[in-house]
Design a protein around this ligand. Structure first.
Ligand code: NAD
Length: 476
């Protein structure tokens, strides 16, 4: 990371705790101005991000290609469009999100009125991962701005081209006392975490999530943690196997499996197991080509982000195969190109590492189950997943799964798409995260709900609540 740290283009800030503290201090001093910004001013800022992205569409595609050969069309859908949609949604709803909510008054408090005001938390920190660098950095930034915060953003060092495009854009669009982007790796992140931010919005792994929460505890900063985990996809005896295979193949191999809500493994009813393996192999061929040569050269299939992640995923694969798993399709790897073929495994020994760690790469273990209860037990033995997918035609199965498992979010007969609906919250549950993102939910995450009770002069004083208490006991 030291060399990346040096090659980061933002020489002015990287990992220099003094300069970071100075930046933080200047944001703090200027914050009263940002705090009082009107809805129109916040909309204008978000509109600037929209325009900035529109103007850099090609740079964004190029950066993502340079970082890990992400297909331009996929970049358009999962990065550019995702951020543009988040921005439009915020612009459309910001007035209603900012509006105070009036609250009812219980009889005891007659003569008072109460409201809830959504106020900015203050100076906030956003730390983001590399897998969707634009989406997972600018999405939370839009919400933070909508809520009236001053923001320091620290994207991942693993996607330096994307970070550079975002830094140039933010430097051009914002006064750094309002929004600043700091490039850098772990030391930079830790130097930032030493500062008393009013909120920290972290997206990344559960391990680093714990480090962030420990650092936040020092200042009692509030946190949003968008983490990961092993998200299961269940295909039950009543499911349309062909449909499930088409969708799970897409959800798994998009971004080469480097998606926090990708189906990590499939639990397939034993009566559908073989058919599922056939259909998913068919769809992999349809999406990425019949042969390994075609899958290696298709422009639609990205690489593992770096050597470290390549080696990690490759070793999960090797371990599984050595301990007896069968490769149904794929299995090829190429270290020089950081390529791992879209791979489906069956006959997984239950103690293998691939069933323990989040895979975060293009390998789908398929595990049969005999009855839904055993599938539920298997899921409940592990930490709460970020997503859980169920393919079924059986309402009772749906009810069973929803009422007996925990997950951040769930799709029935779909994968990933819950992420794309801004009207519902996105987030984890325990080990897969704390707090919520998207739309109003992210706005609230970056806001403090301040309760205000008001008594206007002239209305009756509640004398009876003061001592001597004789009259109070008569009223209660
Ligand atoms: P990561 O946790 O390694 O890194 C995330 C960020 O934390 C980076 O900016 C990095 O510089 C910083 N960081 C790393 N180590 C640190 C340390 N010791 N101290 C302080 N900061 C540190 O995660 P990643 O590899 O970039 O992303 C993959 C993980 O993120 C997966 O677990 C995935 O499921 C999860 N994820 C979750 C979501 C979500 O929305 N819930 C989205 C994408 C990814």
């Amino acid at each position: 990371s030291a060399s990346l740290e040096r090659s980061g283009t933002n020489q002015s800030f990287s990992a220099d705790p003094k300069r970071l503290k100075n930046l933080f201090q200047r944001q703090k001093e200027h914050h009263l101005t940002v705090r009082q910004s009107t809805a129109a001013e916040r909309k204008a800022k978000i509109q600037r991000i929209r325009d900035g992205i529109r103007a850099r569409r090609q740079d964004i595609r190029d950066a993502l290609y340079a970082d890990f050969q992400k297909a331009p069309e996929e970049a358009d859908l999962t990065e550019v469009k995702a951020v543009m949609d988040e921005a439009s949604f915020a612009i459309k709803h910001i007035d209603s999100w900012m509006a105070s909510e009036s609250a009812s008054t219980p009889p005891l408090l007659m003569g008072t009125s109460s409201e809830i005001r959504y106020e900015p938390k203050g100076v906030v920190l956003i730390i983001s991962p590399w897998n969707y660098p634009f989406n997972l950095t600018l999405g939370p930034l839009i919400a933070a701005i909508a809520a009236g915060n001053s923001v320091i953003v620290k994207p991942s060092e693993y996607t330096p081209h994307s970070s550079r495009v975002m830094r140039e854009m933010i430097e051009e669009l914002f006064d750094e006392r309002e929004v600043a982007l700091v490039e850098g790796a772990v030391e930079t992140s830790q130097a930032l975490l030493d500062l008393p931010f009013d909120h920290i919005y972290f997206t990344g792994s559960p391990e680093v999530g714990k480090i962030v929460m420990r650092a936040a505890a020092e200042h009692l900063s509030s946190v949003t943690l968008e983490l990961g985990g092993k998200s299961p996809a269940i295909v039950d005896a009543t499911a349309d196997v062909d449909d499930a295979a088409a969708k799970i193949a897409w959800g798994k191999f998009t971004n080469t499996g480097q998606t926090c809500i990708a189906p990590d493994y499939a639990l397939v009813h034993e009566s559908r197991h073989d058919a599922f393996l056939k259909r998913i192999t068919h769809y992999i061929s349809e999406y990425y080509g019949q042969t390994d040569e075609q899958r290696r050269t298709t422009p639609d299939y990205a690489r593992l982000v770096n050597e470290k992640h390549f080696s990690r995923v490759q070793s999960l694969l090797t371990d599984a195969v050595q301990s007896g798993a069968t490769v149904i399709t794929g299995g090829q790897t190429d270290a020089d190109a950081q390529y791992i073929a879209p791979t489906v495994l069956s006959d997984i020994p239950s103690e293998s590492r691939i069933m323990d760690e989040e895979i975060f790469g293009p390998i789908l273990p398929v595990v049969p189950f005999s009855d839904l209860n055993s599938a539920i037990d298997r899921i409940n033995e592990k930490p709460n997943p970020l997503a859980l997918y169920l393919f079924t035609r059986d309402e009772a199965a749906e009810h069973s799964i929803l009422s007996r498992t925990h997950a951040g979010g769930t799709c029935i007969n779909e994968v990933l798409l819950h992420y794309m609906n801004p009207h519902i919250p996105f987030g984890g549950n325990g080990h897969s995260g704390i707090g919520m993102g998207h739309g109003k939910y992210a706005f609230r995450e970056f806001s403090h709900a301040r309760s205000v009770l008001r008594r206007s002069y002239g209305s009756k004083l509640m004398r009876y609540i003061y001592p001597p208490y004789g009259s109070l006991s008569r009223r209660m």
